[in-house]
Design a protein. Structure first.
Length: 232
């Protein structure tokens, strides 16, 4: 009997934990069936931001959109779906969802946030290796600039300007990579042309707050002058 009692006592924490999960699950299910879209939406946000239960949070946001399509919380649920992808580092999917939100609701109170996140998603999706395609950096640059022009009073403008600088640097580094490629093959005219692209199209790098941007511009200027003289 004593042995059985010890086993039962050991199992108590597990039983309590299981009971807690059951109660929590029941409460969450009741909230999901609520006739108040705000209640359903807020539970989805809690599951997303506190529990990081992305799968169940998605169910709540979908429920809001399905049952209350005319509610403002249906619109907010669309934005939270994008946040959900962003929080899971699914930046391609997040960028697409933020982009749809901006197109559908350009005057929404959180349209500037969505556009900023779209820019950030594209930037995070761009490869660190500048030898690879930097199309995502170009998309990030486009969205960040759009934010500063469309919503100049937005609190996200300073961060958008940082994305602009960093994206410009990545695009210039791609040009530098190609220039170095031609230098190694002693294709002087082609190399000079690429360095000239940086000098002419990325002249803002010399005034950037990023030291590597300034260094890259100075290198491009030096290489451009040297190779141009060699060709002549």
């Amino acid at each position: 009997m004593i042995h059985s009692l010890k086993i039962t006592l050991r199992k108590l924490p597990l039983i309590a934990f299981a009971a807690l999960l059951f109660v929590g699950g029941c409460a969450s299910d009741r909230l999901k069936r609520s006739d108040n879209p705000e209640v359903v939406f807020n539970e989805g946000v809690r599951l997303l931001e506190e529990e990081h239960d992305y799968l169940i949070a998605t169910e709540f946001f979908n429920e809001v959109r399905r049952r209350f399509p005319q509610s403002r919380f249906a619109t907010l649920s669309e934005l939270k779906q994008a946040d959900l992808e962003f929080m899971q580092d699914n930046y391609t999917e997040a960028a697409a969802l933020y982009g749809v939100f901006v197109k559908l609701y350009p005057t929404h109170a959180q349209a500037d946030y969505a556009l900023f996140r779209e820019a950030e998603s594209y930037f995070r999706d761009s490869p660190e290796n500048t030898a690879r395609d930097q199309g995502s950096a170009g998309e990030a640059l486009l969205r960040a600039r759009r934010l500063t022009e469309r919503y100049p009073q937005s609190k996200f403008v300073p961060e958008a300007r940082e994305i602009i600088q960093k994206s410009r640097l990545k695009l210039a580094q791609k040009e530098a990579y190609v220039a170095e490629f031609y230098v190694k093959r002693k294709s002087w005219p082609a190399a000079a042309e690429r360095w000239n692209v940086i000098v002419k199209q990325f002249s803002d790098l010399k005034e950037s707050k990023l030291p590597e941007s300034q260094q890259l511009y100075q290198k491009a200027l030096s290489q451009s002058q040297e190779l141009t003289a060699r060709i002549k």
